[in-house]
Write a protein that binds this ligand. Structure first.
Ligand code: SF4
Ligand code: SF4
Length: 135
């Protein structure tokens, strides 16, 4: 069954609407909230994993867009530039989900996008600017 991870941004005017509830009710998709927060300007941000038939996922994304939810593909969130990385390990010590980790065989830093919750803790820590975000 296809799974997608979406980073959703709810503008303040719709933040109280039961939009996520309707993902289950109207589209019969399984979902898992990986991270959610309300920003100081009362916008909602949520990292959501949805699972179900591709056609239902696309219908759900169209619905979210119609409701005014901004959707970004979470898999493009963090990019590790392995050429630039000097394997200092600083980002590894900050990453709470172990998405950034040290490979045991080579002692080089690698990135597992499926574990990343886009918390942003690793951004701006890198002395050689090897971690970037497109979102
Ligand atoms: S902080 Fe930068 S240089 Fe150090 S391991 Fe992480 S990506 Fe590599
Ligand atoms: S954004 Fe957070 S979870 Fe993702 S790699 Fe960086 S520190 Fe780890």
């Amino acid at each position: 069954m296809p799974t997608e991870r979406l980073l959703l941004n709810f503008p303040s005017k719709i933040v109280k609407k039961p939009i996520v509830y309707r993902i289950v009710k109207d589209f019969d998709l399984e979902f898992n909230i990986l991270r959610a927060e309300i920003t100081s300007d009362l916008e909602g941000k949520m990292l959501l994993e949805i699972k179900g038939p591709k056609v239902k996922i696309e219908e759900c994304k169209a619905y979210l867009g119609k409701e005014g939810v901004e959707i970004k593909e979470a898999d493009k969130g963090i990019i590790l530039d392995k050429e630039a990385c000097v394997n200092c390990g600083l980002c590894v010590s900050l990453c709470i989900t172990k998405a950034l980790y040290l490979k045991e065989d080579s002692y080089k830093v690698d990135f597992d996008k499926d574990k990343c919750i886009l918390c942003g803790l690793c951004l701006n820590c890198c002395p050689v600017n090897a971690i970037k975000s497109k979102i």
